[in-house]
Design a protein around this ligand. Structure first.
Ligand code: C2G
Length: 139
């Protein structure tokens, strides 16, 4: 059986937590398709993104564990997407545990443990830290 797994996310400032999740989800089936949140949808989610959708989608699409990427424009497209792709498994990190259980009538719903100690928010904060002031003049 060509078991298809589907997931969704912003994947801003792509990091190892994203990669581990996508890799584990791919291991649950034969193909993994990913809905990447558009910039407009992230505004709806109240999430500010650093990297524009076109680049976030290109990075996710380039992963060997990802077979297809499509835009996530709203909260309500998942049921249609699952039917469109014939997905057997819907998976997310467990910060979403319970949130999408209603999809259980059309596919298996799984929540996998998040990777601790890494987040887009933390990376953004680190990048913003002023670097240690060094004396620009030659010594
Ligand atoms: N994730 C993870 N470990 C981290 C960070 C994120 O496993 N350290 C997982 C999240 O649980 C999620 C996926 O990586 O399943 C993408 O995370 P985000 O880019 O933050 O996506 P999010 O804003 O949660 O959007 O409709 C669903 C939403 O689009 C999910």
């Amino acid at each position: 059986m060509n078991k298809i797994v589907i997931t969704y996310g912003t994947f801003d400032l792509f990091h190892i937590g994203h990669l581990k999740l996508l890799t584990r989800l791919r291991a649950l089936g034969d193909r993994l398709v990913v809905g990447v949140s558009t910039d407009e949808f992230n505004a709806v989610k109240g999430k500010r993104t650093t990297i524009p959708y076109i680049d976030r989608a290109a990075i996710v699409a380039a992963l060997s564990v990802v077979d297809a990427v499509f835009p996530e424009d709203n909260w309500d497209q998942k049921r249609t997407d699952i039917a469109r792709f014939g997905a057997h498994v819907f998976g997310m990190g467990d910060d979403w545990k319970g949130r999408f259980d209603d999809l259980g009538d059309i596919c298996e719903v799984v929540y996998l443990p998040r990777t601790p100690d890494v987040s887009t928010t933390e990376i953004r904060a680190q990048v913003r830290k002023p670097s240690l002031q060094t004396d620009p003049s030659p010594c």
